[in-house]
Write a protein that binds this ligand. Structure first.
Ligand SMILES: [Zn+2]
Ligand SMILES: [Zn+2]
Length: 248
């Protein structure tokens, strides 16, 4: 009987060291949503959970979710919005909620890279915002940013900017005051909560430019509207809004 030759000991050792170095042996990569093992630490969701992320149709009315025709909604009438166009990649469902939560509160910054890559693929495939020049994140108040250590929208903006070839500016926008978290405020009071809460610190960077503003989630739209009204005062050529998720 022929025995298969054993792998030389040094090869086995090398494999072990490589696995250890990648952290796969000590911390096997798992799906961030359901905990199933995944193939690599760069994959944040297992295949089953990736399927649970629901891509949205481009060009839906931000108010009622109806498909826009030439930028107009025939369901609720064209809402009076301060931007040129608004787009979101995913419906804000359980799978996305878990990812965003880990990104924000458990410092899983690589999730931002993952979501930015998905966004870039989608924007390119659908030819959305292809003439944009600059990307800026919705700012966090500096106190909250210090608490969290980072602004998740800035992480998304930086990575997406690289992938789309858009100039990324971290500190063009700022907050004039700390606001109560929108999630803690009743829906009808959200607009008041963020009214006049923003300022443009470097307006010259946005004037006559095609600007993308990015945030993680579009909920009531009050934050985005307040911010975009402020940005519009510096006369950008167009103002695009992009969020990873949209409540709908
Ligand atoms: Zn999973
Ligand atoms: Zn509508």
């Amino acid at each position: 009987m022929d025995l298969k030759p054993l792998k030389p000991v040094k090869d086995i050792l090398r494999d072990c060291i490589t696995t250890l170095a990648n952290g796969n042996l000590l911390f096997p990569p798992v799906c961030q949503n359901c905990g199933e093992r995944t193939d690599s630490a760069e994959v944040w969701l297992c295949n089953k959970c990736v399927e649970n992320l629901e891509e949205l149709e481009p060009g839906l009315c931000p108010e009622c979710g109806t498909k826009l025709i030439k930028g107009e909604c025939f369901e609720c009438g064209r809402p009076d919005v301060p931007w040129t166009e608004v787009q979101a990649l995913y419906r804000y469902n359980d799978a996305l909620r878990v990812l965003i939560h880990k990104l924000k509160y458990q410092d899983k910054r690589k999730i931002a890279d993952y979501l930015a890559e998905k966004s870039a693929d989608w924007l390119k495939a659908k030819h959305i915002f292809s003439d944009a020049e600059i990307i800026v994140p919705v700012p966090l108040h500096h106190v909250r940013q210090r608490e969290r250590g980072f602004n998740q929208a800035a992480l998304l903006a930086e990575r997406l900017g690289k992938l789309m070839n858009w100039e990324y500016h971290a500190n063009v926008l700022g907050r004039t005051r700390a606001t109560v978290k929108q999630s803690m405020v009743e829906f009808e009071d959200r607009e008041k909560n963020v009214n006049n809460a923003f300022k443009v610190k470097k307006p010259e960077l946005l004037t006559n430019k095609r600007v993308v503003v990015i945030d993680d989630i579009y909920t009531s739209g009050s934050t985005m509207k307040a911010l975009c009204r402020t940005i519009k005062e510096c006369n950008p050529t167009c103002l695009y809004v992009f969020t990873i998720g949209k409540v709908c």
